[in-house]
Design a protein around this ligand. Sequence first.
Ligand SMILES: [Cu+2]
Length: 148
Amino acid sequence: MPKVYVIRKRTLYLALTLAAAVLLALAYLKWEPAILAGGKPAEAAVFHLVTGEFSSTGPDGRKIEVYRWDPGNIVVNRGQPVELRITGVNGASHPFVIEGLGVRGIVRKGETTVVRFTAEHAGTYPILCLTHRDLGQNGPMVGYITVL
Ligand SMILES: [Cu+2]
């Protein structure tokens, strides 16, 4: 014997109204999962850097040369997605790491390298060129990312 369910008209109208409200809310939010999960998605803070070079002649006539990240200091907020766009101007190539953030990359002359990260902890994170580590290697080519 088949089961028969009886639904009151009022319950049916309430269910339809709720379904319509949910569909309208989803359409308003454009089905964006990040918005549903925790509010408006955070936009990446974009920073443009270049590789630069300081060059001079010492008192003994010897050439002094140091490569740099420019700007050398960047301040970001904890939990904020960050995008670095680093363009190679001086120096053939600069393989680098950002210590503590698990970021690696290489910047080549005439090209722009893009790296992204989100720092979860406050602190100062050095961006180190692995080719130009100290004065003997035309460095130190180091910059600092400060996370507040
Ligand atoms: Cu370098």
